[in-house]
Write a new protein. Structure first.
Length: 398
């Protein structure tokens, strides 16, 4: 375990240890199409394309686009398959304005190497090993300038505004901001593993949940978000209770540091909340919903002790369509906090990558299967059945 004091020491030191451009102005080009022109020479790449929602993907050759003047081309070495990709494949989130033009290439958890940069790129170089935040931002809007690039007003959406990372190459805009250099000791597999779920859980636990050593933390849903949160909270010397309905996922949560697990099969949200309170002597200080179903959000809030904090990370599916009822009277009478958490702003990456480089955090340990482009459909179908454990990452593109 790592103490909060030691944890904070690593965070403070990180700013000097990992380079990251923060307050750089970029060419606006907001009126331009998000995509770029085909590269000279009509270079091609293999990619897993979605041509119909909820149907098998097709591996095909597609053009490699040239970068914008502020952009870069990344050769992808590892690319994760995230629950968010499954949501896209399932045609979720139309209620949030997400409309994916087909055919589309998904994938947003990327580790790779820069192979080309635009003429206006100043700090990113060919040969840099990088990861890419899924909230690709432009660096110019008020949210970006305040340090919240995860909430960019002009954010570029993978599979909507550009080709995603289930391909041999991916094209990035505002490369000086969105290409996050990897320190020594962090390989491309780790970069893909932390590309969305792990970095999202990091911010949810450390910055939004404000977890402290010795506190009780409940994690509802032990998928990629949940297992990441378990590992991060346990590393911070918190006492973690993991809740799921799959014995394999609960076992993995114990491997990642959970001191108590609760099998929620057949239990109501009230019963889960009561089980957590019994296991923790009155409830948890911080409770994280990593799945995004109505029952996980409700049981998370009902797991809290007075003045506890619920962190909502998981996004909803077709059943809820973004609307979930919560026990509002309990919230008022116990002064609960309810906060949302999305991604991890670019300025926060140095502290996270330093902890990974030093071996304090280990996102690659959550990778349970490395696959080829041709295997993506199988993973998506098993995600529908909640039959995956940990992360599945594409590492074979040829």
């Amino acid at each position: 375990m790592i103490s909060r004091r030691e944890f904070n020491t690593h965070i403070t030191a990180a700013a000097a240890g990992v380079a990251l451009a923060q307050n750089t102005a970029f060419p606006a080009e907001v009126a331009e199409a998000r995509g770029s022109a085909p590269a000279s020479g009509s270079r091609k790449m293999r990619a897993a394309q979605m041509t119909t929602f909820r149907s098998p993907l097709q591996v095909a050759e597609v053009p490699v686009m040239a970068p914008r003047s502020d952009g870069a081309v990344i050769q992808v070495e590892a690319s994760g398959i995230c629950r968010s990709d499954w949501h896209y494949w399932n045609q979720d989130w139309t209620w949030m304005g997400v409309n994916i033009p087909l055919p589309a290439v998904m994938g947003h958890e990327v580790g790779g190497v820069v192979v080309e940069v635009g003429r206006d790129v100043r700090t990113v170089k060919v040969g840099d090993r990088v990861t890419i935040p899924f909230h690709e931002s432009d660096g110019t809007c008020p949210q970006c300038r305040a340090g919240f690039q995860n909430l960019c007003d002009h954010g570029v959406k993978f599979a909507v505004d550009r080709t995603g990372g289930w391909a041999q190459y991916v094209i990035i805009t505002a490369a000086d901001l969105n290409c996050i250099r990897l320190p020594e000791g962090v390989d491309s597999l780790s970069a893909a593993a932390l590309g969305c779920r792990f970095m999202t859980s990091y911010r949810a636990t450390v910055h939004r949940g404000r977890v402290q050593p010795g506190q009780w933390v409940a994690v509802h849903g032990c998928g990629g978000i949940g297992l990441s949160a378990v590992q991060i909270a346990a590393t911070m010397d918190a006492r973690v209770v993991a809740i799921d309905i799959d014995d394999r996922k609960l076992a993995k949560a114990r491997d990642e540091g959970a001191v108590t697990t609760i099998d929620a099969r057949g239990l109501t949200a009230d019963q889960v909340g009561q089980a957590v309170k019994e296991a923790t002597g009155g409830g948890v200080h911080v409770s994280i919903d990593g799945l995004g179903r109505a029952f996980t959000a409700q049981q998370s809030i009902l797991s809290l002790r007075k003045r506890g904090r619920h962190v909502q990370v998981g996004l909803t599916s077709q059943e809820e369509r973004g609307m979930v009822s919560i026990p509002i009277d309990f919230l008022v009478n116990s002064e609960f906090e309810v906060v949302g958490s999305l991604g991890n702003p670019q300025p926060n990456y140095p502290e996270l990558l330093t902890l990974v480089a030093k071996g304090k955090l280990n996102p690659a340990r959550l990778v349970t299967r490395q696959i080829a482009l041709e295997d993506v459909t199988d993973t998506l179908q098993r995600m529908t059945r909640f039959d995956t454990v940990g992360f599945e990452v594409i590492t074979r593109f040829g």
